[in-house]
Design a protein around this ligand. Structure first.
Ligand code: NAD
Length: 375
């Protein structure tokens, strides 16, 4: 199996789909690996390290893709990459297939068997390939680091000869994978942490991390989790009650980190412009949901907005890309595990009836085969 990895060409994408460690693992699966020069630069991996691990480093995408059976990427391939693919080639990447319609069409037209890594189901067996979790965990960490960087005061309580520095008050809204890591990171930095979510199961998780849980715990809250473990969209009535409770709390916080998402829908607005304005000057809000429409009124993708009242709203879209070396390392391992499903005895054997592959495949044989993307 000839595996190709090209440089990420999308604006601001610092991650890469293969590391020297995973080159060795892919070779152990019976594959050959060719990597485009410069692939690892954003993750501090020099070309020589790929070569030392057994990959062939080639100068441009055409030479990397010539004859490749499999193309591995972080983001969906560009038109130039797709046109250089051989018919029937396998592609695995975070295609963002619901939004990137043109990319899906191009993969279909090229006859590629394209897998969207974001569609890998969240079943126990697939945890090792779960890119949403591996990247969200790092995003949650990095959100706290960004907040600490923007904040003009310290996070921990410090007792000094010149007096005491008070600990920062951090409020995490949405306690999925990213939110849990944000809580843990803020706690490690010494902040006083509170958190909210609409799924009752999160209460115990929040408390086990040493943070305090805050939510309207009514009948709707008790039923807010789907069988798949995700949040349901909440009623206008619940959201109004939630806003009253959190609004009073937000006013007293130094840092608010929002991570609330509902699969397939716009992110719920959890911090109104009025609530943001109620915070003290110098406070920081980080909106991890900014790409999905935002949890914070007034947040802007890839900008730090400073409100009239001196509150900074941070809207970086690619937080994992700001911790690229680790994000690449984990993503690349997710991909090796995924490829393990389709490389048998050193040969490519793609069984699209296999549960995980079936859930993740988007295009095959010149057609869009994913029900959700088709519809
Ligand atoms: P997500 O990114 O879809 O959403 C983040 C959080 O926002 C969720 O906890 C959600 O409940 C919350 N949220 C939604 N609306 C809200 C509102 N109005 N107010 C406050 N919070 C709101 O979530 P995720 O990180 O992908 O995790 C979702 C679930 O999947 C979790 O239970 C997680 O443990 C589970 N999970 C399971 C596996 C596995 O079994 N392999 C892997 C990863 C995650």
């Amino acid at each position: 199996v000839a595996i190709a990895v090209t440089r990420e060409r999308r604006e601001g994408e610092t991650r890469c789909a293969v590391t020297p460690e995973t080159v060795k693992k892919l070779i152990a699966l019976g594959a050959t690996v060719s990597v485009e020069a410069g692939t690892g630069l954003g993750s501090s991996i020099p070309d020589d390290d790929y070569a030392a691990a057994g990959a062939t480093v080639r100068p441009d995408l055409a030479t990397v893709l010539a004859g490749a059976d499999v193309l591995l990427k972080v983001r969906g391939p560009t038109a130039a990459e797709i046109s250089a693919l051989k018919p029937g080639a396998v592609v695995a990447a975070m295609l963002d297939a619901y939004r990137e319609k043109a990319g899906v069409e191009a993969l279909k037209a090229a006859g590629a068997t394209a897998f969207a890594m974001e569609f890998v189901p969240r079943i126990t067996r697939a945890q090792v390939m779960d890119v949403l979790s591996s990247q969200a965990n790092l995003a949650g960490y990095r959100a706290v680091i960004e907040a600490a960087y923007a904040y003009g005061k310290g996070f921990p309580m410090m007792m000094t000869a010149a007096g005491t520095v008070a600990p920062a008050k951090v409020f995490v809204m949405g306690v999925g994978v990213a939110g849990l890591q944000a809580i843990a990171t803020a706690r490690r930095l010494g902040a006083v942490v509170t958190a909210t979510d609409v799924r009752p199961a999160t209460k115990e998780q929040v408390e086990s991390l040493g943070a305090k849980f805050l939510a309207v715990e009514d009948e709707e809250f008790r039923n807010a989790q789907t069988a798949g473990g995700y949040a349901k969209p909440m009623s206008a009535e619940y959201q109004a009650k939630q806003a009253v409770l959190t609004g009073e709390h937000i006013r007293k916080q130094d840092i608010v980190i929002t991570t609330a998402l509902i699969p397939g829908r716009a992110a719920p607005v959890l911090v109104s412009a009025e609530q943001a304005a109620s915070m003290k000057p110098g406070s920081v809000i980080v909106d991890l949901a900014v790409e999905a429409g935002g949890n914070v009124e007034g947040s802007k993708a890839n900008e730090v907005v400073t409100t009239a009242g001196g509150v900074q709203i941070v809207g970086w879209t690619n937080l994992p890309g700001r911790i690229a070396a680790d994000a690449s390392a984990l993503y690349a391992r997710n991909l090796v595990a995924f490829l393990g499903l389709m490389i048998k005895d050193g040969a490519l054997a793609v069984d699209l009836d296999e549960e995980i592959l079936k859930a993740a495949v988007v295009t095959h044989g010149g057609a869009v085969v994913h029900e959700g993307v088709k519809g």
